[in-house]
Each structure stands twice: as structure tokens, then as C-alpha cells.
Design a protein around this ligand. Sequence first.
Ligand SMILES: C[S@@+](CC[C@H](N)C(=O)[O-])C[C@H]1O[C@@H](n2cnc3c(N)ncnc32)[C@H](O)[C@@H]1O
Length: 346
Amino acid sequence: MSSSTSPHGADQRRGPLRPGERVQLTDEKGRMNTITLTPGGAFHTHKGFLPHDEVIGREEGTVVANTVGHRYQALRPLLSDFVLSMPRGAAVVYPKDAAQIVTMADIFPGARVVEAGVGSGALSISLLRAVGDGGRLHSFERREEFADVARGNVETFFGGPHPAWQVSLGDFQDEVVKAEEPGSVDRVVLDMLAPWECLDAVATVLAPGGVWINYVATVTQLSRTAEAIRQDGRFTEPEGWESMVRGWHLEGLAVRPDHRMVAHTGFLLTARRLAGGVTGLTPKRRPSKTEFAAEDVQVWAGNEEDWNAEGLGERTVSDKRLRRVAKDAASTVQRGAFKDVNPETD
Ligand SMILES: C[S@@+](CC[C@H](N)C(=O)[O-])C[C@H]1O[C@@H](n2cnc3c(N)ncnc32)[C@H](O)[C@@H]1O
């Protein structure tokens, strides 16, 4: 089915529903289940079952009835559905933030991008889509088990290894300078605990004008990274923001925001590499010395040993659990299946 002119993974996303594909079945109450189409297989519920053969060969968006007349709408999962339900070992970058990263960091087809850490590979999938087959994404991860989880998820999503992707183990700040020529990288994307530790490495590999984007979970990380970038002088003024997406209930005259929403995911912070030997422009208005003192910043910073996953409120995950998730992600590649999980409660 794949044609040599189609970008990697594109052919799998169109045409009639095929055996081995994942399909979302949504019932009349809006409940969703994800199944993997298997000839002769069946989707069982406490009220009847739906033979997979009723779905195989049909167009996406088809509506099929099970043995007792319950109707289901069948669609392929989108990227956003996939990342929220794939096996994961740590918090993933939510689709709304991945969208911001791709656009605000100006990730373009053909770009040479470096990324850390890989985690479960959610952001890697969006970055690979954005750079395309002709680009390059080099992802760095310090924990082998995470790299395994990410490989499983990326290969499931694209239906095999992606030609633009390379994963290296180790600390980004140590490895990227060995792997990439100085000034050769277009974009740097960091989702990790301590991006300020990567300042020198980023300044070395990033091309003049290149974009550095950071995704951090807490205000303290945001502030520390911003101040480190500002003090360094090799970058433009850092810019920080967050995005909130509020779904809407749309039913007749009852048109209003949803009662519940994901209120916080993370903050984004960008800066661009200045040309070599250039010192950044001083912003028109900087806080005067009387506005804050070193001790005020120290209140944020605390002691160096406090800057760990626990201190920053991150869920820690054992190697053993990660190995289990990696196994899950790897078997997902073979089966082409993934669990259906509620992103709001997971
Ligand atoms: C929150 S997870 C990344 C999630 C990922 N962006 C996703 O969307 O699935 C953070 C990852 O960064 C890794 N990490 C932290 N510091 C690192 C460093 N200096 N170099 C490489 N990896 C690092 C951790 O092991 C962890 O897997």
C-alpha cells in the first residue's frame, strides 16, 4: 500500500480500514474503545459483540451495528488520541503544548533538531512529523528504559522506524557536543528537570538565529532557566508563556465552557542564539537593583540539592516499572494495539 513518493507513515492514515490497524469505536453515548482489526476477531461487550470483519475494508467514519443492534462509529485515532493513550513512563507533552512547540519554535520540514529527554516519545512524534523524512531529529535520553518506551511508541505510530530519527543515550549536555558540529543545529527542544545545565551545550551546537525552546513544569524552573539565559548573553531575551485550552459543551442552547479542564501542564520558554561574538541588546526596562536582590532569587532557588524530581513535584518512576512499560510499548508495535485510557484521569 505504501508508495515511494508518500512521506513516511502517510499511507497508513488514509484509505479503507485494514487488518492490523487500530480503530476507535465510539458508541451512541460517546464511549470510546480502541481495537486492533483482526480478521475473524470480535469486539465483545456485555451487550453483544461486533465482528471485526464488519469493519475491515470499510471507509473511515463508517457506522456499524453489533449483534444486538448497538451502533458504533469507526475512525482511525489521530496523533492526539495516540499520545494520550500510548504506554508511558513519565508525563508526556500534551498535544496542545506539542502544537505550540512546533509552531513557536518554528520546526520546519528539513530542519535539524535536537531534543532531550525523550521520555515516552510523545513530543518526538510531533517533531518527526514536523521535520519530515528530509529532516533530522536527534533525541537524547539519560535513562535507557525511557528510550526503549519511546522507540516502541514511535514505531507503533509510524508503522516502523522513522528515517529521520536517531536516539542517543546519556546526558544531553555531555553527548550533544560530541555528536553535533558547533553551530550546525537549527532548533533545540528541551523537556527536562534542569535545562539551565545545558546552556553551554545549547550555545555550542545551535546555529546563529536558531531557536531554543524549553518545556518546564514549575515556575521555579521557568525563572531559573530564564535568568540563566539572560545572564549568559549569547541569546536573545527569553520569552515565556503557558497555554490553556478549554473545551466547550455544544448542545442546542446549552453552549458553555466544559465544567472540567486540564488547568496546568507546563510553561514554555524560548530564546534565539545570537551570532558569535555578539552581546545581546539590553531590554529597555530591566528591574532596578532596588527591586530585587540576590537573596530574593535565593528564595526561589533554595539549595542545589532541592532541585530534584521530588522537590519539583515530579512523579518518580522505578527502572522496574519502566522496563514493564517498555515491554508494553514494544509488544504494542508487534500487535499494533494500544490501550484506551482517559487522558483526564490518567
Ligand atoms: C518529562 S520526560 C520527557 C517527556 C517527553 N518529552 C514526552 O513527550 O514523552 C523528561 C525526560 O528527561 C530525561 N532527562 C532529564 N534530564 C536529562 C538530561 N540532562 N539529558 C538527557 N535526558 C534527561 C528524563 O530521564 C526523562 O525521561
